[in-house]
Design a protein around this ligand. Structure first.
Ligand code: UN1
Length: 489
C-alpha cells in the first residue's frame, strides 16, 4: 500500500521523491510507504491551506458542521475496515482499534454540532446606546502534529474543532502510522471538504514537523507527544508568538484504599495498565495502596496479568499487542536495570517476549517501589506497573501528586468522604472514582495539569479555545461620542 501527501485536494509525492516505510509492529513486516517529506513539501501544504482559508472562513459555520456530520457517517461506514488496518499498522488489539475510530466518529458529531453553536457571549454595555459582545474568530492555518498511539482519534480531536471554527489545516501524522492518516484524508476528501482546507504531509519530526512549527504562516500549533519534544515545540512556537497547545506525558496512578471493591480494582487496573500495551498517555503505571489490602492486591494482580495473551492485535484472542517499534522496546527494556538499581522487587515479567519479529514485552509488575524512584516518576510508555505503599488517603494523594505530570488519576474506595478528598486534592486534569485512569469521553475537556501540557484542553467545548481567538465587538448606535468609564459616571 503506497500513499502520497494530500495537498490542495491532490495526492502528491515528496518533491525529492524520498519514501518512508510503514511496518507492522507485530511482525516487523513493511506494509506500505509514504513520502518522507521535507520543508519544501510543508511549504506547499501551508500555501494551499493559506489560500483556502480565505474562502473557508466565510463558509457559514452550520455548513462547515454539516460536512463534519458527513465525515462522521463515512467513518462509521468504514469503521471496521479502518479498525482492522489500525490493528496492523499501530498494533493495538482490535476491540481497542474500534474504540479509537469510534472516538473520531464521536468527535465528528460533537464538532459538527458546534457548527450551530460556537457560542460567543453578550455583555450589557455601560452606555445606553451601545451593544457589546464577544465572538469566536478563526485563527488561520492550524498545524497539527500527532502521535501514533491513537492514530485516528487524536488527529480527529484536533482537526474537527479546527475546521468547524473556520481554520484550515496542515497535518503531520506520526512516522509510525502514516497510512492510517492517509485513510482519514480519503474520508475528508469524500466528505467534500474543499481542496486545500485539509492538507497532510508525512515525514519525521526534525524535518516535516519542525517546518510546520517554524512556518510563519502557521498561526496555531497543536501537538501531542513526549514532554521532551513538547518543550521544543513550545520554545520555537513561543518565539514566533504562536498559539501552542500541548498534550504531553502522564504517570498515572490508581489509589486503592483498604475498603475498595477488589474485584473491580483488578479489572480496572489490568485494563488501565496493560490495555494498549501501556501506550496511552492516560495508562495506569502506578498503584498506590494502603497496607491492609496490599498483599492480596499484588498477588491477585500478578495472577491476572499472567493470564494475558500476547499476540497480533488483529487476533481476537489477543489481550496485549506489541510495542510500536524497536526504540520503544529498547526504552522499556532499559527500565529493567533502573528497577534493579532502585531496589524494586520484580513480581512478574521484566523481559521481552519472543513472538515472531514483533516488538513484544511481557506484562510487568514491580512492588517495593519508592514513590520518588525513577520507576515511579518517569513515563515508560509500556506494560510496566509499579506498586507503591501509602499510609492513608492523605499520604496516597501526596504520593500520587509527587510527579512532574498531572494527567489522570483514579481512586478506589467505597467511602464517599475519601473520594471527595481525592477529587479536591489530586493535581490531575482527569480524575476517576472507582474507574480506571483510561477511557475519557469526548464531551468533557481532556488534558492535564503541571508537566502534562501548557494549560489547554482538547475535546469538548474547550477544544475551541485552542482554535479560535476572541474578538470583542462594540457597536455604538448613539450617533454621538459616548465615553466609557467617563460619561456614565
Ligand atoms: C492518549 O493516550 O493520548 O482517555 C489519549 C483515554 C482515551 C484517550 C487517550 N480516550 O484513555
Amino acid at each position: 500500500m503506497d500513499y502520497q501527501n494530500f495537498i490542495n485536494g491532490e495526492w502528491v509525492g515528496a518533491k525529492n521523491g524520498q519514501r518512508l516505510e510503514s511496518y507492522e509492529p507485530a511482525t516487523g513486516e513493511v506494509i506500505g510507504t509514504v513520502p518522507l517529506s521535507q520543508a519544501e513539501d510543508v511549504d506547499a501544504a501551508v500555501a494551499a491551506a493559506k489560500a483556502a482559508y480565505k474562502e473557508w472562513r466565510l463558509v457559514p459555520a452550520p455548513a462547515r458542521g454539516e460536512m463534519l456530520f458527513t465525515v462522521a457517517e463515512l467513518l462509521k461506514r468504514r469503521k471496521e475496515e479502518i479498525s482492522q488496518f489500525l490493528s496492523r499498522e499501530m498494533g493495538k488489539v482490535i476491540a481497542e482499534a474500534r474504540g479509537d475510530v469510534q472516538e473520531a466518529i464521536d468527535m465528528a458529531y460533537y464538532m459538527g454540532g458546534e457548527g450551530r453553536r460556537l457560542f460567543g457571549k453578550v455583555a450589557p454595555s455601560e452606555l445606553r446606546h451601545k451593544a457589546s459582545w464577544a465572538q469566536r474568530d478563526p485563527i488561520g492555518v492550524a498545524g497539527l502534529i500527532t502521535p501514533w498511539n491513537f492514530p485516528v482519534a487524536i488527529p480527529a480531536w484536533k482537526m474537527f474543532p479546527a475546521l468547524v471554527a473556520g481554520n484550515t489545516v496542515v497535518f503531520k501524522p506520526a512516522e509510525d502510522t502514516p497510512i492510517l492518516a492517509a485513510l482519514l484524508m480519503e474520508v475528508m476528501q469524500e466528505a467534500g471538504i474543499p481542496d486545500g482546507v485539509v492538507n497532510m504531509v508525512t515525514g519525521d519530526g526534525p524535518n516535516a514537523g519542525n517546518a510546520i512549527v517554524e512556518h510563519p504562516d502557521v498561526k496555531v500549533i497543536s501537538f501531542t507527544g513526549s514532554a521532551a519534544v513538547g518543550r521544543i515545540v513550545a520554545a520555537k512556537g513561543g518565539k514566533l508568538l504562536k498559539k501552542v497547545s500541548l498534550e504531553l506525558g502522564g504517570k498515572n496512578a490508581v489509589i486503592v484504599m483498604d475498603d475498595a471493591n477488589l474485584d473491580l480494582v483488578l479489572d480496572a487496573t489490568i485494563w488501565g495498565a496493560f490495555g494498549t500495551t501501556g501506550q496511552r498517555c492516560t495508562a495506569t503505571s502506578r498503584v498506590i495502596t494502603t497496607a491492609g489490602i496490599r498483599d492480596e492486591l499484588s498477588e491477585r494482580l500478578v495472577a491476572r496479568a499472567k493470564q494475558l495473551r500476547l499476540g497480533h492485535g488483529a487476533d481476537p484472542e489477543t489481550d496485549v499487542g506489541p510495542l510500536i517499534n524497536q526504540e520503544a522496546l529498547d526504552k522499556v527494556v532499559s527500565y529493567e536495570q533502573v528497577a534493579q538499581e532502585q531496589g524494586a522487587r520484580l513480581l512478574l515479567g521484566g523481559e521481552r517476549a519472543e513472538i515472531g519479529g514483533g516488538f513484544f514485552y511481557q506484562p510487568t509488575i514491580y512492588d517495593n517501589v519508592g514513590a520518588t524512584s525513577r520507576l515511579a516518576q518517569e513515563e515508560i510508555f509500556g506494560p510496566v506497573l509499579s506498586i507503591i505503599e501509602a499510609d492513608d488517603v492523605v499520604d496516597a494523594i501526596e504520593k500520587a501528586n509527587s510527579i512532574e505530570y498531572g494527567l489522570s488519576c483514579a481512586i478506589f474506595t467505597q467511602d464517599v468522604n475519601r473520594a471527595f478528598h481525592a477529587i479536591r486534592d489530586l493535581e490531575t486534569g482527569l480524575c476517576y472514582v472507582n474507574h480506571s485512569t483510561i477511557g475519557a469521553e469526548i464531551s468533557l475537556p481532556f488534558g492535564g495539569m503541571k508537566g502534562t501540557g501548557n494549560g489547554g484542553r482538547e475535546a469538548a467545548w474547550t477544544a475551541l479555545d485552542t482554535f479560535t481567538e476572541w474578538k470583542s465587538v462594540y457597536v455604538d448606535w448613539s450617533g454621538t461620542l459616548q465615553r466609557a468609564q467617563i460619561d456614565n459616571r
